[in-house]
Write a protein that binds this ligand. Structure first.
Ligand code: GDP
Length: 173
């Protein structure tokens, strides 16, 4: 068998309200860049990064919603075959926090109970923070999710935290 045939690929869906930093997080992880005015590339479904989990090569395919979430128009193709999920809200946007449970239920309805992490993004914006740590932690506890506080801008907890956990959760389940 060719080596490529044996490669493991994991599809991860990144969901949450618009403007919480989902595309930026995927860009940061896969390309190592942060651009403030990053515009979603029409037609690109996912970016990928090759990593090693338990000494094995794994391709992590990170699916971007390309703005569809704003119209509640995410297609079934987006969720199809997802093996892990990253739920993102912004610490500066209470509505995005309040929508987390609904997002979780949408994903569950499509793909069942896959390994999922909760992410509080934009923690560099201290002055604009409206979500207290305790309430975010309480939500994570209630929904039984691993929880990370990230700044995509400052590159805090994205690579070492969120995606590291997502991939090892899938590979070790
Ligand atoms: P999406 O709609 O959820 O994909 O959000 P985007 O990735 O398009 O990000 C929305 C805006 O938030 C953009 O202007 C990003 O540059 C900005 N942004 C994303 N992550 C962070 C962060 O951690 N800190 C700050 N200050 N801005 C961020």
């Amino acid at each position: 068998m060719l080596e490529e045939d044996m490669e493991v690929a994991i599809k991860v869906v990144v969901v949450g309200n618009g403007a919480v930093g989902k595309s930026s997080m995927i860009q940061r992880y896969c390309k190592g860049i942060f651009t403030k005015d990053y515009k979603k590339t029409i037609g690109v479904d996912f970016l990928e990064r090759q990593i090693a989990v338990n000494g094995e090569d794994v391709r992590l395919l990170l699916w971007d919603t390309a703005g569809q979430e704003e119209f509640d128009a995410i297609t079934k193709a987006y969720y199809r075959g997802a093996q892990a999920c990253v739920l993102v809200f912004s610490t500066t946007d209470r509505e995005s926090f309040q929508s987390i449970q609904t997002w979780k239920e949408k994903v569950e309805a499509e793909v069942g109970d896959v390994p999922t992490v909760l992410v509080q993004n934009k923690i560099d914006l201290l002055e604009e923070t409206v979500i207290k740590n305790e309430e975010a932690e309480a939500l994570a506890k209630r929904l039984k999710l691993r929880f990370y506080r990230t700044s995509v801008k400052e590159d805090l907890n994205v690579t070492e935290g969120v995606f590291n956990t997502s991939s090892s959760n899938v590979c070790n389940q």
